[in-house]
Design a binder for this molecule. Structure first.
Ligand SMILES: Cc1cc2nc3c(=O)[nH]c(=O)nc-3n(C[C@H](O)[C@H](O)[C@H](O)COP(=O)(O)OP(=O)(O)OC[C@H]3O[C@@H](n4cnc5c(N)ncnc54)[C@H](O)[C@@H]3O)c2cc1C
Ligand SMILES: NC(=O)c1ccc[n+]([C@@H]2O[C@H](COP(=O)([O-])OP(=O)(O)OC[C@H]3O[C@@H](n4cnc5c(N)ncnc54)[C@H](O)[C@@H]3O)[C@@H](O)[C@H]2O)c1
Length: 446
């Protein structure tokens, strides 16, 4: 293939929006190049999911051993230096593993900044490379607050590479990154203050549950400043300050700006070829095609209306593989994409949310459970927070599920086939789980 052009498909960016689809496409005989300006693998392995979960795993264990202090003796604590070192060790091999994987399938991996010159050509390292189809998968970057002193604040990447845990940390924002990193910093001994834009945390999730997470963090010493209106970061002598509200000011040692992430759409030549974009990302149709017919967008940079998460990026890059290989000519049809906040306890959901179900009682019924009272599994670990809610449609089909508990991620994962494949009661009745296990509890309550 690829007679007229150097490549059949050229990807800009080497994250999940690219490699999950590019590798099987190369295996099918397509000639492929991947251009990456930074670390192979992109955000998720290096600065996102994998890096974060490596730091968080000791935090979950630390919180659970505190719950079992009636049985376990001694006071364990988190050694931050060791935690960061272990995280570095754990993820170190991932970029090479992904690069070797791509190369072994015949993909040319090109290190450098890719920029569109025309609809079939990109410039990288002063070389022009042509391709029949181009996929832009350049991801997101932190949205630095546009306020005086913004350069005094740090981002999530900096947090995960802190050599010492500062005594006092201020976090601006109350989304995924703010809440997950507040959980980690608090368990690691820092005094954490969260400066909220509004009065809600983790706004994608069911508010009564997120309020429980907020209360739980408050009980552990985290301070929340609601509707803070942070307007300046400043430095006097060696002390940093977060200035907010009406001339209020708080001293701190380290500031995490977690006020969201924005698409990488600049300086990649989108304007040169007429690829349309706005602040939500690159506009795509239901084939992930941009406004230029041989240029596609995948993963976080695409404004696809889907949550900007790794499962979305994997699904999109895999869909493009099938489209390019002519294994499908159908528009992309998304599965129910699950999401989880890795706080302790976790909050996770899939399918129809509790809010949407309660807003349409004529369409849905919601069955809520307090698992700390009825679920011996959680009683054993002394969990004080464990609730879930099953959403059914009028035919009694399970269409949504939300849980707040230490095992919420596993509970949601176990129900995905029931929701996605619309398994009937007869079908689910044919399946028995391991016992005791989270999925046996989760299915048993269904
Ligand atoms: C702290 C943090 C924690 C997260 N935790 C989770 C989680 O637990 N679960 C989850 O599902 N999601 C999580 N996410 C989100 C997840 O990481 C992203 O959804 C996923 O990585 C998106 O993949 P992508 O390929 O679209 O973009 P990215 O992985 O960001 O890859 C884009 C790549 O493009 C490269 N690039 C950009 N411009 C150019 C150019 N011009 N030329 C060449 N290369 C270029 C970049 O260097 C980057 O490597 C987290 C994100 C962060 C920041
Ligand atoms: N567990 C996970 O799946 C996970 C974890 C971390 C990150 N992510 C992904 O990474 C991306 C970024 O996460 P995030 O936490 O940065 O984004 P987010 O959108 O979850 O949160 C952004 C926060 O910034 C606040 N904010 C916005 N503008 C502000 C302003 N001007 N001043 C103060 N606060 C402001 C918002 O109110 C919100 O609380 C998301 O796409 C998310 O899906 C996912």
């Amino acid at each position: 293939m690829a007679e007229k052009y150097d490549y059949d498909v050229l990807y800009i960016g080497a994250g999940h929006g690219t490699f999950d689809g590019a590798m099987p496409l190369a295996q099918k005989g397509f000639k492929i190049a991947v251009v990456e300006a930074d670390k192979i693998g992109g955000t998720c392995p290096n600065w996102g999911c994998n890096a974060k979960i490596a730091l968080d795993t000791p935090v979950k264990i630390y919180e659970q051993q505190k719950q079992m202090s009636n049985i376990l003796e001694g006071n364990l604590k988190i050694n931050w230096k060791n935690n960061v070192e272990n995280k570095r060790k754990t993820i170190k091999s991932l970029p090479d593993m992904i690069e070797n994987g791509m190369q072994s399938m015949g993909i040319d991996v090109i290190k450098g900044w890719g920029k569109l010159i025309d609809k079939h050509t990109i410039n990288v390292n002063d070389n022009q490379i042509t391709a029949q189809n181009i996929v832009i998968a350049t991801g997101l970057r932190p949205n630095k607050l546009d306020i005086p002193g913004t350069e005094l604040a740090h981002d999530s990447k900096d947090f995960m590479n802190l050599d010492e845990m500062p005594e006092n940390i201020s976090i601006v924002g109350s989304g995924y990154i703010a809440m997950e990193f507040a959980t980690i910093a608090n368990a690691s001994g820092a005094n954490v203050t969260i400066f909220m834009h509004s009065d809600r945390i983790l706004r994608q999730f069911y508010q009564p549950y997120t309020e429980i997470i907020m209360k739980s963090l408050e009980d552990k010493g985290v301070k929340f400043v609601k509707s803070a209106n942070v307007n300046k970061f400043s430095k006097e002598n060696d002390k940093l300050f977060v200035e907010y509200g009406n001339s209020q000011k708080q001293a701190t040692d380290w500031i995490l700006d977690a006020a969201g992430r924005i698409p990488n759409v600049e300086n990649i030549g989108l304007e040169n070829v007429g690829v349309e974009f706005d602040k939500k990302g690159i506009k795509v149709d239901e084939y992930l095609r941009t406004s230029v017919n041989n240029i596609y967008a995948s993963g976080d940079v695409a404004d696809s209306g889907q949550p900007k998460l790794t499962p979305t990026a994997i699904f999109q890059s895999t869909y493009l593989m099938k489209l390019f290989a002519k294994e499908t000519d159908a528009p992309i049809k998304y599965p129910n994409i699950p999401s989880v906040g890795f706080t302790t306890p976790r909050i996770a959901q899939v399918g129809v949310s509790i809010d949407d179900a309660k807003a349409k009682p004529e369409e849905y019924t919601v069955k809520e459970n307090d698992l700390t009272k009825t679920d011996w599994y959680r009683i054993m670990t002394n969990d004080t927070i464990a609730q879930n809610a099953y959403v059914y449609d009028k035919s009694n089909q399970l269409v949504g599920f939300t849980e707040i508990s230490n095992e919420a991620d596993n509970a949601v994962d176990s129900l995905l086939p029931v929701i996605e494949l619309k398994l009937s009661a007869e079908q689910t009745g044919k399946i028995v789980q391991l016992f005791p296990s989270i999925s046996s509890d989760t299915w048993g309550n269904m």
